[in-house]
Design a protein around this ligand. Structure first.
Ligand code: SF4
Length: 365
């Protein structure tokens, strides 16, 4: 067994193990155990050490420790229409040039705000099962120029599985780059640097054939540590481009100073921010984490005022069933302007529109 796999065995998977550390009462433990039966818990020791145990509202804690609000009503399990975009089990084709693969339902940590809460650590019914079938689909679609290997967390796959994906898709001539979606640099950086260099050697080797991009997911400046920086550096040394998607989360980063500190620091470590996403109205997530759209615009605009051009080259966007919609900003009293950044229907490409948006409205229906 690899050292990173042994470390993963040491994750906290039962909230009872947090009782003393986070000063939980017996009643609280019981209530949170009811939640973990529906939405599993997994917290690596590394990430647990980032929590301030004396602060009940600690943003790091909020992202990994369950909360009673996960059982509050509302929301949908699949807000982006992932089911409708599935072309082969585990493979979605929503945008012309990209396919996305749900390569696993496992993650090093089960983030409480995950938009795939319906499947992470739970059902593998939507997970990729047959690589040759996926390869045949991609080969038959020359308009596809990249494959996003996601999950769950793509780096929770073994190196053997990762190599199978790389071998398969870098061999298809019209595939020009491969993306991996992983939160391991943030939640479990040991996956990258406690692996005897096997994963990074693989990435370097296949990166000679096609560019490899690692898309990660830092949400708070305190997630940027010496270890996460080391993981990023090793990926970069292997020739990977590393980019970041942040989700705007209530109680975590819905503050201009926190957001600008996060995005500026990411640039300092060579990780380019490319989306700040509006949190989706996911069942078990929306009531706890969503920030109203109008407030989100104000936070993003204020944060940008203290950021360099590189740090603010991201888009504030929502991943909607109809496409990725950029949230541009105020457009008169009670109105916001939006623009399709990527559209499912080509007729919507680059379409600008203005909508009335109520002060507490968090999504577009
Ligand atoms: S690592 Fe990503 S896929 Fe896994 S629970 Fe967190 S947000 Fe969801």
């Amino acid at each position: 067994m690899k050292h990173w796999q042994e470390l993963l065995d040491g994750c906290v998977r039962d909230v009872a193990d947090l009782k003393d550390r986070l000063h939980l009462s017996d009643d609280e433990v019981e209530a949170l155990q009811a939640i973990e039966r529906s939405y599993p818990v997994c917290i690596p020791a590394y990430y647990l050490d980032l929590i301030d145990p004396e602060d009940r509202h600690d943003p790091i804690r909020k992202m990994c420790v369950p909360d009673a609000m996960e059982f509050s009503l509302g929301g949908s399990p699949d807000t982006s229409g992932e089911h409708d975009n599935t072309v082969v089990q585990g493979m979605q084709h929503k945008y012309r040039q990209t396919v996305m693969i749900l390569s696993t339902n496992q993650c090093a940590m089960y983030c409480r705000h995950c938009f795939r809460k319906r499947l992470v650590g739970l059902s593998s019914a939507e997970v990729a099962a047959h690589l040759p079938e996926m390869a045949a689909y991609v080969s038959a679609h020359p308009e596809i120029d990249n494959v996003l290997i996601s999950g769950g967390d793509a780096f929770l796959n073994s190196n053997e599985v990762i190599e199978e994906y790389l071998e398969t898709f870098t061999s298809i001539p019209h595939i020009r780059f491969i993306r991996f979606g992983t939160r391991t640099p943030v939640t479990f950086p040991q996956r990258i640097f406690e692996d005897d260099g096997e994963l990074t050697d693989l990435l370097a080797r296949y990166g000679e054939r096609k560019q490899i991009v690692v898309v990660t997911h830092f949400n708070h400046p305190r997630e940027i540590t010496d270890q996460s920086r080391q993981a990023v550096r090793e990926l970069q040394r292997a020739g990977c481009v590393v980019r970041n998607q942040t989700v705007l989360l209530r109680g975590v980063n819905d503050d201009p100073d926190v957001l600008s500190s996060l995005l500026n620091t990411l640039v300092y470590i060579g990780v380019m921010p490319y989306y700040v996403f509006q949190c989706r109205p996911v069942e078990g997530v929306k009531n706890q984490f969503q920030v109203p759209l109008a407030r989100g615009v104000a936070i993003v605009d204020e944060a940008k005022a203290s950021m360099s051009g590189i740090a603010k080259a991201f888009r504030y966007a929502m991943s909607h069933p109809t496409g990725k919609i950029e949230i541009l900003g105020p457009a008169g009293e009670g109105k916001l302007a939006f623009k399709y950044h990527q559209a499912k229907d080509p007729a919507d490409n680059a379409r600008l529109f203005v909508r009335d948006v109520a002060p507490d409205q968090c999504w577009l229906d």
